[in-house]
Design a binder for this molecule. Structure first.
Ligand SMILES: [Ca+2]
Length: 140
């Protein structure tokens, strides 16, 4: 369990670092595509959001949401990801929407840093954003 500090700039530089962002998205997609068919199904995507903890936990603070509300929420998220309404989310759709979500988070954060609590071994994309920033600071 640790804590990282994140603000809008942290998130934005992560998204704008094409290579780092692509790598993180590739890894996330590969780990989420449980049946390796190259697309994310509704349940695979739901698992993705659960693992990123962008919804159940508001930046590390767990909030209780009724299950039926969550299902509605995940359905609307799925519809947003599945741009071409094919019933599954392909790699490009996933990347674009993750980018939109992260940029929306960046806008929301602005220049007000927040602390985010993390579990050990957390693969959270926001943590990866913080790690990327830290590695750049350390290499200077
Ligand atoms: Ca799949």
């Amino acid at each position: 369990m640790g804590v990282v500090i994140i603000d809008g700039t942290t998130v934005r530089s992560f998204v704008n670092d094409v290579a780092a962002f692509q790598k993180s998205v590739d890894e996330a997609f590969a780990s989420l595509d449980l049946n390796n068919d190259g697309v994310l199904s509704r349940s695979e995507l739901r698992r993705a959001f659960e693992s990123m903890r962008l919804i159940e936990s508001h930046f590390g603070v767990d909030v209780a949401t009724p299950p039926e509300e969550l299902t509605k929420l995940y359905d609307s998220i799925f519809a947003k990801f599945d741009c071409d309404k094919s019933g599954s989310v392909d790699h490009e759709e996933f990347k674009e929407e993750i980018k939109n979500i992260l940029l929306a988070i960046a806008d929301g954060l602005g220049s007000n840093p927040i602390q985010m609590a993390l579990e050990d071994g957390d693969k959270n994309l926001l943590k990866q954003a913080a790690d990327l920033e830290a590695s750049k600071i350390n290499s200077n």
